[in-house]
Design a protein around this ligand. Sequence first.
Ligand SMILES: Nc1ncnc2c1ncn2[C@@H]1O[C@H](COP(=O)(O)OP(=O)(O)O)[C@@H](O)[C@H]1O
Ligand SMILES: [Mg+2]
Length: 360
Amino acid sequence: MTHDPLYFPRSELAEIIAKSLYGGITHAFTLFAPRRMGKTQFLLKDIKPTAEAAGFNVFYFSFMDSTAPTVDFQAALLRFAESIKTGGKVQNLIGQISKIEIMGSGIERRTERQQAELRLSDIIADIAGGSRPSLLLLDEIQELARQPDTGGLIRSLRTGLDIHQQQVKTIFTGSSTNGLRAMFNDIKAPFFHFAHALDFPTLGREFTDFLAGVYQERTGRGLDGGELYRAFERLNKTPLYIRAMLQDMIINPDLSIGQAESIRLEEMHKHADTAAQWRHLSLIEQLILSELANGQTAIYSAQTRQALARVIGVDDIGTSTVQNNIRKLERKDLITRDGANRLQINSPILKTWILENVER
Ligand SMILES: Nc1ncnc2c1ncn2[C@@H]1O[C@H](COP(=O)(O)OP(=O)(O)O)[C@@H](O)[C@H]1O
Ligand SMILES: [Mg+2]
């Protein structure tokens, strides 16, 4: 990996997580955060090297980047097992996987798939047989649960990880808490209480000060740290956007923080077509989102419901109506919950757009 001068290392958090895994405090973590908050980068740039230095074999897989995540995941995990321990058994399993890949649907395929599912825990057993402990980084895991017919596979994964928790540690990340909840928090979910849930912390002033330092180093000019931090707050503390701002400013040192910020805000809304997305929502959905954007989390309270009813022009809005609309928004992935079950807007772009464009 080439060096990225604008990357702010999060070594302390990585150390804490790696130590907890290595020391057996816990064998699995889930990291929750909306998209673009830096989860993937954290896994690859901070966790991976830290864990490798601590003696782990590290495996990374993103369930978001694959069009056939179930098959790709099994194949990738096999390659990893193989790299740890080469033997005839693993070769066999690879044969099994490619067969599934090429077969059509129907009974035959299902039997094959069930066999492969059985073997997922075998693959983990192989990984556990290595001379060092292994760490699996499973990025955007909720996408696995979204695939059809993955129940057996998920159970097999859980079984393998459970049996071999001394040797095989896991970090799951997810940005759709709805999907994650289906895997981890529902009593009936296979991973119920399996992993220690962490809200992935947002970056603070130390991050923007770091960026200001890079700016100074590259351009020879100073930057107002307080002003940069406030811009970061207005961008909902999304590292992607503040970083893009800094790139703009380094390339064109005449840009002020305010100008660079407007360029980015405009860019990100144009790209996401937020206005169109907004128009497609019902009035009550819009109102709920606007409440959330403004930091109101007591959506069900009598006071909030009365306020909603007033705007809509009805006498009363019941909790069940609010609940139905929250479910709709969750299904559209527009809102999620954090680890403490508080509702929040999923996309920082949408949240910023609402704060700028919607009057309350
Ligand atoms: N610690 C960081 N320092 C600098 N930039 C970061 C950092 N973390 C994330 N970013 C920027 O934000 C972008 C999105 O991060 P990513 O890890 O892909 O988010 P996620 O996986 O949560 O969707 C990255 O491409 C990078 O430009
Ligand atoms: Mg990611």
